[in-house]
Ligand binder design. Sequence first.
Ligand SMILES: Nc1ncnc2c1ncn2[C@@H]1O[C@H](COP(=O)(O)OP(=O)(O)O)[C@@H](O)[C@H]1O
Ligand SMILES: [Mg+2]
Length: 238
Amino acid sequence: MLALVDVVGGYGRTRILNGISFAVPAGKVVAILGGNGTGKSTALKAIAGLVAVDGGSITFDGRRIEAVPPHRRIGRGLCLVPQGKEVFAAMSVEENLLMGAFHRSGDRAGIRADLQGCWDRFPRLAQRRTAAAGSLSGGERQMLAIGRALMSRPRLLMLDEPSAALAPKVIGEIVEAVRGLAAAGMTILLVEQNVSVALELASYLYIVRDGRIAHERPVGPDVDLEDLRAFYLGAGPS
Ligand SMILES: Nc1ncnc2c1ncn2[C@@H]1O[C@H](COP(=O)(O)OP(=O)(O)O)[C@@H](O)[C@H]1O
Ligand SMILES: [Mg+2]
Protein backbone atom coordinates (compact mmCIF):
# COMPACT_ATOMS: atom_id res chain seq x y z
CA MET A 1 0.00 0.00 0.00
CA LEU A 2 2.87 2.35 0.90
CA ALA A 3 6.44 2.13 -0.34
CA LEU A 4 9.43 4.39 0.19
CA VAL A 5 12.40 3.82 -2.09
CA ASP A 6 15.73 5.54 -1.40
CA VAL A 7 14.05 8.60 0.07
CA VAL A 8 16.37 11.51 0.78
CA GLY A 9 15.19 14.56 2.65
CA GLY A 10 15.35 16.74 5.70
CA TYR A 11 15.04 20.26 6.97
CA GLY A 12 16.46 22.90 4.66
CA ARG A 13 20.03 21.85 3.93
CA THR A 14 20.13 19.45 6.84
CA ARG A 15 19.77 16.02 5.36
CA ILE A 16 18.18 13.55 7.77
CA LEU A 17 16.80 10.81 5.53
CA ASN A 18 19.74 9.19 3.73
CA GLY A 19 18.07 6.89 1.25
CA ILE A 20 15.46 5.22 3.43
CA SER A 21 13.42 2.37 1.93
CA PHE A 22 10.57 0.44 3.49
CA ALA A 23 7.12 -0.83 2.67
CA VAL A 24 3.78 -1.21 4.42
CA PRO A 25 1.44 -3.83 2.90
CA ALA A 26 -2.32 -3.35 3.16
CA GLY A 27 -3.87 -4.73 6.33
CA LYS A 28 -0.54 -5.12 8.17
CA VAL A 29 1.08 -3.44 11.14
CA VAL A 30 4.68 -2.48 10.38
CA ALA A 31 6.95 -1.03 13.06
CA ILE A 32 9.94 1.24 12.76
CA LEU A 33 12.35 1.16 15.67
CA GLY A 34 15.46 3.15 16.29
CA GLY A 35 17.29 5.40 18.72
CA ASN A 36 16.58 9.04 19.36
CA GLY A 37 17.29 11.37 16.46
CA THR A 38 17.74 8.65 13.83
CA GLY A 39 15.03 10.10 11.58
CA LYS A 40 11.91 8.09 12.47
CA SER A 41 9.62 11.09 12.91
CA THR A 42 11.18 12.76 9.89
CA ALA A 43 10.29 9.71 7.78
CA LEU A 44 6.65 9.88 8.91
CA LYS A 45 6.57 13.62 8.22
CA ALA A 46 7.95 12.99 4.73
CA ILE A 47 5.10 10.55 4.10
CA ALA A 48 2.58 13.08 5.41
CA GLY A 49 4.11 15.80 3.23
CA LEU A 50 5.45 17.90 6.08
CA VAL A 51 9.13 17.47 5.21
CA ALA A 52 10.79 18.12 1.86
CA VAL A 53 11.80 15.06 -0.16
CA ASP A 54 14.86 15.68 -2.36
CA GLY A 55 15.26 12.22 -3.83
CA GLY A 56 13.75 8.79 -4.11
CA SER A 57 10.07 7.99 -4.28
CA ILE A 58 7.05 7.62 -2.02
CA THR A 59 4.27 5.54 -3.53
CA PHE A 60 0.82 5.20 -2.00
CA ASP A 61 -1.74 2.97 -3.69
CA GLY A 62 0.55 2.69 -6.70
CA ARG A 63 0.79 6.45 -7.21
CA ARG A 64 3.73 8.72 -6.50
CA ILE A 65 2.80 11.26 -3.82
CA GLU A 66 5.93 13.36 -3.22
CA ALA A 67 4.32 16.33 -4.99
CA VAL A 68 0.85 15.93 -3.45
CA PRO A 69 0.13 18.62 -0.83
CA PRO A 70 -0.35 17.43 2.77
CA HIS A 71 -4.11 18.08 2.98
CA ARG A 72 -4.72 16.06 -0.18
CA ARG A 73 -2.71 13.18 1.27
CA ILE A 74 -5.12 13.22 4.23
CA GLY A 75 -7.98 13.17 1.75
CA ARG A 76 -6.49 10.06 0.15
CA GLY A 77 -6.38 8.31 3.50
CA LEU A 78 -2.91 8.97 4.87
CA CYS A 79 -3.09 10.14 8.45
CA LEU A 80 -0.29 10.90 10.90
CA VAL A 81 -0.73 10.98 14.67
CA PRO A 82 2.36 13.02 15.58
CA GLN A 83 4.62 12.44 18.53
CA GLY A 84 3.62 14.26 21.70
CA LYS A 85 -0.11 13.57 22.03
CA GLU A 86 -1.00 16.96 20.62
CA VAL A 87 -4.59 18.02 21.16
CA PHE A 88 -6.43 21.35 21.06
CA ALA A 89 -6.25 21.92 24.82
CA ALA A 90 -8.97 24.57 25.10
CA MET A 91 -11.47 22.60 23.02
CA SER A 92 -13.63 19.79 24.32
CA VAL A 93 -12.93 16.14 23.63
CA GLU A 94 -15.84 16.02 21.17
CA GLU A 95 -14.72 19.20 19.38
CA ASN A 96 -11.23 17.72 19.02
CA LEU A 97 -12.68 14.63 17.39
CA LEU A 98 -14.80 16.70 15.03
CA MET A 99 -11.66 18.58 13.94
CA GLY A 100 -10.43 15.29 12.53
CA ALA A 101 -13.34 15.23 10.08
CA PHE A 102 -12.96 18.80 8.85
CA HIS A 103 -12.16 17.80 5.26
CA ARG A 104 -15.48 15.98 4.87
CA SER A 105 -17.73 18.43 6.68
CA GLY A 106 -20.63 17.73 4.29
CA ASP A 107 -20.93 14.14 5.44
CA ARG A 108 -22.99 14.67 8.60
CA ALA A 109 -24.37 11.15 8.96
CA GLY A 110 -20.93 9.63 8.39
CA ILE A 111 -19.34 11.96 10.91
CA ARG A 112 -22.00 11.12 13.51
CA ALA A 113 -21.40 7.40 12.95
CA ASP A 114 -17.64 7.80 13.22
CA LEU A 115 -18.03 9.82 16.42
CA GLN A 116 -20.07 6.98 17.88
CA GLY A 117 -17.35 4.60 16.73
CA CYS A 118 -14.79 6.61 18.73
CA TRP A 119 -16.95 6.53 21.88
CA ASP A 120 -17.33 2.75 21.50
CA ARG A 121 -13.61 2.24 20.95
CA PHE A 122 -12.53 4.61 23.72
CA PRO A 123 -15.13 4.53 26.54
CA ARG A 124 -12.84 6.73 28.63
CA LEU A 125 -13.21 9.48 26.06
CA ALA A 126 -16.99 9.05 26.00
CA GLN A 127 -17.04 9.70 29.74
CA ARG A 128 -15.11 12.92 29.19
CA ARG A 129 -16.92 14.07 26.06
CA THR A 130 -17.44 17.67 27.20
CA ALA A 131 -14.20 18.06 29.18
CA ALA A 132 -11.47 20.36 27.89
CA ALA A 133 -8.83 18.24 26.15
CA GLY A 134 -6.17 20.01 28.19
CA SER A 135 -7.55 18.41 31.35
CA LEU A 136 -7.04 14.84 30.10
CA SER A 137 -4.35 12.44 31.33
CA GLY A 138 -1.50 11.49 29.01
CA GLY A 139 -3.15 8.20 28.10
CA GLU A 140 -6.47 9.87 27.39
CA ARG A 141 -4.78 12.49 25.23
CA GLN A 142 -3.09 9.74 23.21
CA MET A 143 -6.49 8.08 22.75
CA LEU A 144 -7.96 11.40 21.68
CA ALA A 145 -5.16 11.97 19.18
CA ILE A 146 -5.80 8.51 17.71
CA GLY A 147 -9.56 9.05 17.75
CA ARG A 148 -9.17 12.36 15.94
CA ALA A 149 -7.11 10.61 13.28
CA LEU A 150 -9.78 7.94 12.89
CA MET A 151 -12.34 10.68 12.23
CA SER A 152 -10.47 11.38 8.99
CA ARG A 153 -11.23 7.79 7.88
CA PRO A 154 -7.60 6.87 7.33
CA ARG A 155 -6.63 3.91 5.21
CA LEU A 156 -3.07 4.08 6.48
CA LEU A 157 -2.65 5.22 10.06
CA MET A 158 0.78 6.41 11.15
CA LEU A 159 1.42 6.47 14.89
CA ASP A 160 4.54 8.23 16.16
CA GLU A 161 5.58 6.79 19.54
CA PRO A 162 2.09 6.31 20.99
CA SER A 163 3.49 4.63 24.12
CA ALA A 164 6.01 7.34 25.00
CA ALA A 165 5.83 8.83 28.51
CA LEU A 166 2.93 6.61 29.59
CA ALA A 167 2.64 4.29 32.59
CA PRO A 168 2.75 0.54 31.81
CA LYS A 169 -0.97 0.05 32.51
CA VAL A 170 -1.89 2.87 30.14
CA ILE A 171 0.51 1.53 27.51
CA GLY A 172 -1.46 -1.71 27.77
CA GLU A 173 -4.68 0.15 26.97
CA ILE A 174 -3.12 1.87 23.97
CA VAL A 175 -1.73 -1.46 22.74
CA GLU A 176 -5.21 -2.99 23.05
CA ALA A 177 -6.76 -0.11 21.13
CA VAL A 178 -4.21 -0.39 18.31
CA ARG A 179 -4.67 -4.16 18.26
CA GLY A 180 -8.42 -3.61 17.87
CA LEU A 181 -7.83 -1.31 14.91
CA ALA A 182 -5.48 -3.82 13.32
CA ALA A 183 -8.00 -6.62 13.85
CA ALA A 184 -10.58 -4.47 12.05
CA GLY A 185 -8.24 -4.39 9.06
CA MET A 186 -6.53 -1.02 9.47
CA THR A 187 -3.09 -0.68 7.90
CA ILE A 188 -0.74 0.80 10.49
CA LEU A 189 2.77 2.22 10.41
CA LEU A 190 4.01 2.38 13.97
CA VAL A 191 7.10 4.22 15.15
CA GLU A 192 8.29 3.13 18.58
CA GLN A 193 11.23 3.29 20.93
CA ASN A 194 9.55 0.62 23.04
CA VAL A 195 10.69 -2.70 21.54
CA SER A 196 8.10 -4.77 23.41
CA VAL A 197 5.21 -2.65 22.16
CA ALA A 198 6.49 -2.96 18.59
CA LEU A 199 6.83 -6.73 18.93
CA GLU A 200 3.34 -7.06 20.39
CA LEU A 201 1.71 -5.21 17.53
CA ALA A 202 3.77 -5.53 14.37
CA SER A 203 4.21 -8.41 11.96
CA TYR A 204 7.28 -6.84 10.39
CA LEU A 205 9.87 -4.44 11.66
CA TYR A 206 12.57 -2.14 10.48
CA ILE A 207 15.38 -0.60 12.49
CA VAL A 208 16.53 2.86 11.46
CA ARG A 209 20.03 4.16 11.89
CA ASP A 210 21.32 7.46 10.49
CA GLY A 211 18.28 8.02 8.33
CA ARG A 212 18.27 4.66 6.58
CA ILE A 213 17.20 1.10 7.33
CA ALA A 214 19.95 -0.83 9.11
CA HIS A 215 18.05 -4.05 9.70
CA GLU A 216 14.66 -5.55 8.91
CA ARG A 217 12.86 -8.76 9.74
CA PRO A 218 9.47 -10.35 10.16
CA VAL A 219 8.22 -10.70 13.73
CA GLY A 220 7.87 -14.37 14.58
CA PRO A 221 8.21 -16.67 17.57
CA ASP A 222 11.95 -16.83 16.92
CA VAL A 223 12.52 -13.10 17.40
CA ASP A 224 15.28 -12.61 19.91
CA LEU A 225 14.53 -9.58 22.02
CA GLU A 226 18.16 -9.26 23.11
CA ASP A 227 19.38 -9.44 19.52
CA LEU A 228 16.96 -6.74 18.60
CA ARG A 229 17.93 -4.58 21.54
CA ALA A 230 21.57 -4.86 20.47
CA PHE A 231 20.67 -3.62 17.00
CA TYR A 232 18.53 -0.95 18.48
CA LEU A 233 21.13 0.24 20.97
CA GLY A 234 23.66 0.24 18.14
CA ALA A 235 21.38 2.81 16.57
CA GLY A 236 22.71 5.55 18.80
CA PRO A 237 21.97 7.16 22.14
CA SER A 238 18.38 6.87 23.30
N1 LIG B 1 12.10 20.90 12.49
C1 LIG B 1 13.38 20.49 12.46
N2 LIG B 1 14.34 21.30 11.96
C2 LIG B 1 15.63 20.90 11.93
N3 LIG B 1 16.07 19.72 12.37
C3 LIG B 1 15.17 18.88 12.89
C4 LIG B 1 13.77 19.22 12.97
N4 LIG B 1 13.13 18.18 13.53
C5 LIG B 1 14.05 17.24 13.78
N5 LIG B 1 15.28 17.65 13.41
C6 LIG B 1 16.52 16.88 13.51
O1 LIG B 1 16.41 15.74 12.68
C7 LIG B 1 17.03 14.62 13.29
C8 LIG B 1 16.05 13.46 13.30
O2 LIG B 1 14.91 13.82 14.07
P1 LIG B 1 13.66 12.89 14.21
O3 LIG B 1 13.24 12.42 12.88
O4 LIG B 1 12.67 13.65 15.01
O5 LIG B 1 14.26 11.67 15.04
P2 LIG B 1 13.51 10.49 15.80
O6 LIG B 1 12.06 10.63 15.57
O7 LIG B 1 14.09 9.24 15.20
O8 LIG B 1 13.90 10.64 17.23
C9 LIG B 1 17.48 15.06 14.66
O9 LIG B 1 18.85 15.31 14.61
C10 LIG B 1 16.71 16.32 14.90
O10 LIG B 1 17.44 17.21 15.70
MG1 LIG C 1 10.55 10.96 16.85
